[in-house]
Design a protein around this ligand. Structure first.
Ligand code: ZN
Ligand code: ZN
Length: 124
């Protein structure tokens, strides 16, 4: 009974021999997980912002800190509409630690987000 020639797993250094070209069972799962990782971490972050824990904390924080922090630093009193993570979650900042939160107005928050995105593109 002729069969296709055995081929090694394409994962570097893996000694598994397969009847079909590609990855062995364990490395196939590994490679797929890598593909899905970016997407999943994004979904997790979105899920966090929709969680009741965050919504409650956010509402509480805005009640305690109703003015934009960045505008206050400039001597202006602008109503805040956003609770911002000082160290972004995707950079390892604490999600629910009040010391990592600040109230910002929408335009200050947009400016901060744009700065973070620009910084990332520049490689910093
Ligand atoms: Zn393998
Ligand atoms: Zn502001």
């Amino acid at each position: 009974m002729p069969r296709s020639a055995p081929t090694p797993c394409r994962y570097p250094g893996c000694m598994a021999v397969l009847t079909n070209p590609g990855y062995c069972d364990s490395h196939r799962a590994l490679v797929h997980r890598d593909y899905g990782r970016m997407r999943r971490s994004f979904d997790n972050e979105v899920g966090f912002y929709q969680s009741s824990t965050w919504r409650r904390l956010r509402a509480n924080f805005l009640r305690l800190h109703p003015l934009c922090k960045a505008c206050a630093d400039q001597g202006q009193s602008i109503a805040a509409g956003v609770v911002d993570h000082i160290t972004p979650i995707k950079e390892g900042g604490a999600r629910l630690d009040k010391s990592n939160l600040q109230s910002l107005c929408v335009s200050c928050h947009n400016r901060k987000t744009a700065r973070e995105t620009a910084g990332k593109r520049a490689g910093g």
